[in-house]
Design a protein around this ligand. Structure first.
Ligand SMILES: [Fe+2]
Length: 308
């Protein structure tokens, strides 16, 4: 709208070339492709050209019906409408279609024995309490005891001291703390640092498999595709150290029913871990577990790639 209340254009002139009338499928695609040439930014021009090419091919090759396209638009509309400041249905859609995992795989290829990345997921929060090594990320009664320990190392084996470690997981019910009504403080999540030898260790609970949210359009999509909505149990861990690439990953205890069919394609073979059972009351007390005579032990080094 201009100052006089009239409808006006966005200020861009018509293209400096003639386009034939879009009166056949091929001309529509050719015209649209030609228009992408106007994009000033090289990378964006390349992305638009490919997007148009693949999107138009999809419509043509599938013979997409008007009704199917209307349903698709309605589905995407509902996906957007389901989003809130703490619910991101579009990320979930990207996750279940394997796009999040694919972008991650392309951008973070396996390197020199470094720990591989995995999907961040929607449950990270930035209010995890600061812990010292040996302390617990979980309050008492949240699940079966598990001790997590290892070293933060560079790919050449050099220990990395004072690396910042963020870690979060479900409780024994399969819920993150954020999924409980009236959450007052963080639980089953913590922030700690590796010591001078790169060592880190903390008490936690054995995470359990859980469903991704099924009460929205993405849940309906999975039902339509006859796919379950479960993620195998896992412990999230994110590590940052000056001079190294930030690592977002997770460890997946072996043996879970869903380990080969993770709804969001997060499991890489190298991230599957074995939980040892330690049956030793004295050792349980020494590690700070207040009761019982056994706990699970997840022992795993985390190897970072130096920043180039
Ligand atoms: Fe998770």
């Amino acid at each position: 709208m201009d100052g006089d209340g009239r409808a006006v254009s966005n200020g861009i002139a018509p293209p400096p070339f003639q386009l034939p009338a879009p009166d056949s499928p091929d001309v529509i695609t050719a015209n649209m492709t030609r228009l992408t040439d106007l994009t000033v930014n090289d990378r964006q021009r390349f992305l638009f050209k490919n997007l148009v090419s693949h999107l138009h091919s999809f419509v043509r090759e599938t013979g997409l019906t008007t009704k199917e396209w209307e349903e698709t638009i309605l589905f995407l509309t509902r996906t957007g409408q389901k989003c809130t400041p703490i619910r991101q249905e579009f990320i979930l859609l990207s996750d279940v279609l394997g796009v999040s995992a694919l972008v991650d795989a392309i951008n973070n290829p396996p390197e020199n024995g470094a720990t591989e990345s995995s999907v961040l997921g929607p449950f990270f929060t930035d209010d995890a309490p600061e812990l010292a090594n040996g302390e617990s990320i979980a309050s008492e009664g949240k699940g079966e005891y598990m001790y997590v320990e290892g070293r933060i190392l560079s790919v050449d084996g050099t220990p990395i001291p004072n690396a910042a470690i963020e870690t979060w997981e479900t409780d024994a019910n399969g819920f993150y703390d954020t999924q409980y009504e009236g959450r007052e403080r963080a639980d089953c999540r913590g922030r700690l640092h590796s010591d001078k030898d790169g060592y880190f260790g903390y008490r936690a609970v054995v995470p359990v498999a859980y469903p991704i949210p099924g009460d929205g359009p993405v849940g309906e999509l999975l039902l339509r595709m006859s796919r379950h909505n479960m993620r195998p149990n896992h412990l999230h861990i994110m590590v940052e150290a000056p001079g190294f690439r930030k690592l977002v990953t997770a460890f997946y205890p072996e043996g879970d029913t869903y380990i080969e069919s993770d709804a969001v394609f997060g499991v890489k073979k190298s991230l599957v871990v074995t939980l040892e059972t330690v049956k030793d009351e004295a050792e349980a007390r020494k590690r700070g577990f207040p009761k019982g005579d056994n706990f699970k032990l997840l022992r795993r080094d985390v190897i970072l790639v130096p920043q180039s």
